[in-house]
Design a protein. Structure first.
Length: 369
């Protein structure tokens, strides 16, 4: 889950990271109230889950009421890289001396967290040559490591102290929220040498979000997810192309992890639940086929309360109604009536495997073709 800037800053504030005064709104009436509370000048910033806001005109300086009435609706109506505004953030102007870059991210290839810092902030980090990179294991940043980074950036005195404090707080936030990425770009040195986070990006691990009820308020629920909730099962859209279907949150979550570890990209999490019927599973499959990025379906079922034949009947119905004509299905079924369920699906296009590992490997290879 990728948080918007104002949402990331809410968490920054909880962890004591220095910020400018700001207020978010979703309509101009709210915005007018916030403009009076903040006082001019301030910056109007569109809130979208993509970069490139500045170049697209999504960040505007506002000096007075007339500019506000003109610029607020202009920014709100922008579409940036296909994304409409989720909200508008009004933030006080900053008296900046210098911009830095700071992030902590989960380096999956090395199986550890990594700090990236630079004395050149405010630009895409890929274009910065003098990057400071330090691997930090499980994410904890000691005083020694923080001091080393500050020294390598050429920071001294009050500025170095402020940077070290911010880095350690960012580390604590990263660990406690199980974030994949926390980024401040730019991290500003103000004229009085204080350190302020002018922007914020935070990406959580979708596989760990169920452990963080406090983050659920940031979860955007799609129309498909809303329909699933009304129908009594759990469906969460993700960014990949392989739909994961199972019974029980634990089983589905472990399947997601195994799929990711094998190089696959989950498109959704679908838990048919303990009270599943043929009709509800069929409805769930109908919703899955409406997710345009789905290129294959991975099924991992262990029959207990829910008989595997109930799910098999739903798949048969889906095939009869041409619901999954172009979607390959890779399935592993064990438990109550699994032998019968496998027999029911033998003459369909569904591919049945003895183990979940085999099904996952086949799914990963199948969607790459």
């Amino acid at each position: 889950m990728r948080l918007l800037e104002f949402q990331a800053k809410e968490l920054f504030r909880e962890y004591g990271i220095n910020l400018l005064d700001s207020k978010s709104s979703t309509n101009i009436e709210e915005g007018r109230k916030h403009a009076k509370e903040l006082g001019y000048p301030f910056v109007i910033k569109i809130q979208v889950p993509v970069g490139g806001r500045g170049k697209a005109g999504g960040i505007q300086i506002c000096q007075n009421d007339d500019e506000f009435e003109l610029k607020y609706p202009q920014v709100m109506d922008l579409i940036i890289k296909g994304e409409k505004a989720r909200a508008i953030l009004l933030e006080k102007m900053a008296d900046i001396k210098k911009e830095l870059y700071l992030s902590i991210f989960l380096n999956r290839s090395k199986r550890c967290y990594t700090i990236i810092a630079s004395s050149d902030g405010g630009v895409e980090i890929e274009s910065v040559k003098n990057q400071i990179i330090k691997e930090i294991g499980l994410g904890d940043v000691s005083d020694e490591i923080a001091s080393e980074v500050a020294k390598e950036m050429g920071l001294e005195g009050k500025i170095a102290d402020g940077f070290i404090d911010t880095l350690k707080k960012l580390s604590k936030l990263t660990i406690e929220k199980e974030a994949e990425l926390v980024e401040i770009n730019p991290l500003a040195i103000m004229q009085d040498d204080t350190i302020i986070a002018l922007d914020g990006k935070l990406v959580t691990d979708d596989n760990s979000n169920f452990r963080h009820d406090e983050l659920q308020k940031y979860q955007e629920i799609s129309e498909i997810e809303q329909l699933a909730e009304k129908s009594g099962f759990t469906l969460v859209e993700l960014d990949g192309n392989i739909a994961v279907v199972g019974n029980g949150a634990g089983l589905v979550m472990s399947t997601l992890d195994m799929l990711s570890d094998s190089g696959g990209k989950p498109a959704c999490f679908l838990d048919v639940g303990g009270g599943a019927t043929t009709e509800s599973v069929y409805e769930a499959l109908t919703l899955v086929t409406k997710i345009s990025k789905v290129k294959g379906i991975l099924v991992n079922l262990y029959g207990g309360i829910v008989k595997t034949t109930v799910v098999a009947e739903a798949f048969l119905k889906a095939y009869e109604n041409n619901l999954m004509m172009d979607l390959p299905v890779f399935s592993r079924m064990k438990g109550t009536e699994s032998e019968k369920a496998i027999e029911m699906l033998q003459k369909t296009k569904a591919k049945i495997y003895n183990s979940v590992e085999e099904a996952i490997n086949a799914a990963v290879m199948g969607v790459k073709k």
